[in-house]
Write a protein that binds this ligand. Structure first.
Ligand code: AMP
Ligand code: ZN
Length: 131
């Protein structure tokens, strides 16, 4: 199947991996809304979180772990957890993904979620995955 995120799971397209378990894979968003913006995706292909009954449960543990990891490693104060389901909602990649968006106290509120920061992805990645 010609799916960008299936290719990322398969390692055919590079990604900055943050976390992985049996069912889910997490990597830095290439155009971050906030420093550390991460996408959590199921390893099996589904179009969005509303497909069937189980997709959200499959990625749930990974979402929670990634959110805590980002708060811990990046000093984020909070997170937005968002999944767009359907093109009218803003979904552009049709393999389920949950946006985990770290939030910082100097830029609070839902209206500022999509700040489109210019964080250095390599630097952020090193900070998040450091042992
Ligand atoms: P959505 O609009 O909810 O479908 O979000 C798709 C997200 O995927 C956007 O935030 C993009 O920046 C992100 N994205 C697209 N291609 C890549 C890629 N190759 N690696 C990482 N993130 C990507
Ligand atoms: Zn896919």
């Amino acid at each position: 199947m010609d799916c960008l995120f299936c290719k990322i799971v398969a390692g055919e397209i590079p990604s900055k991996k943050v976390y992985e378990d049996d069912a889910a894979y997490a990597f830095l968003d290439i155009s971050p809304w906030q420093k550390g913006h991460t996408l959590v995706i199921p390893k099996r292909h589904t179009a969005d979180v509303l497909e069937g009954d189980d997709v959200l449960a499959e990625v749930g543990p990974a979402v929670a772990r990634v959110g805590r990891l980002l708060k811990d490693r990046l000093g984020a104060d909070a997170c937005n957890v968002v999944s767009n389901a359907g093109s009218v909602s803003g979904q552009e990649v049709f393999h389920t993904h949950v946006h985990v968006i770290p939030r910082y106290a100097d830029n609070p509120g839902i209206a500022n979620m999509k700040a489109e920061v210019t964080a250095d992805l390599d630097e952020v990645h090193q900070t998040v995955v450091a042992d």
